[in-house]
Design a protein around this ligand. Structure first.
Ligand SMILES: [Zn+2]
Length: 121
């Protein structure tokens, strides 16, 4: 099953079509854009459903609290150095080995060093 997480790379998706369509947008492009927005809405609805299902399972089976969920969300949000309710990929230079990892991860992909606070490479 496809999930919203775990992909290090960028898989082409509807947003790429949307961006391609908006370059040199024409009147005929608006129908295509509507179709893309509809598809994005569908994907968001599906991800929201899966997210809800995962959270309810975690809550029921592992007794995780709402506070723990919110604390983790905030921690992940802050990995890029900005508390804005979303994850933005930022290149992080590892203070231990000097190689560059992605802010989506909580530790260096190469040596395992934990990124305890936001770092800017
Ligand atoms: Zn490292």
């Amino acid at each position: 099953m496809m999930f919203w997480m775990g992909g290090a790379g960028h898989a082409p998706g509807p947003m790429d079509d949307f961006i391609a369509n908006t370059k040199g947008a024409t009147a005929t492009g608006s129908n295509e854009m509507r179709a893309v927005v509809k598809e994005l809405n569908h994907q968001i609805a599906r991800l929201s459903l899966l997210n809800q299902a995962l959270w309810e399972l975690l809550h029921e089976k592992l007794h995780l609290s709402q506070e723990e969920l919110e604390a983790k969300a905030r921690e992940i949000d802050l990995r890029d150095g900005i508390e804005d309710g979303r994850v933005t990929d930022v290149a992080l230079k590892c203070p231990a080995c000097g190689r560059v990892s992605n802010s989506r991860h909580h530790k260096c992909l190469y040596c395992g060093q934990l990124f305890e606070k936001p770092l800017f490479g």
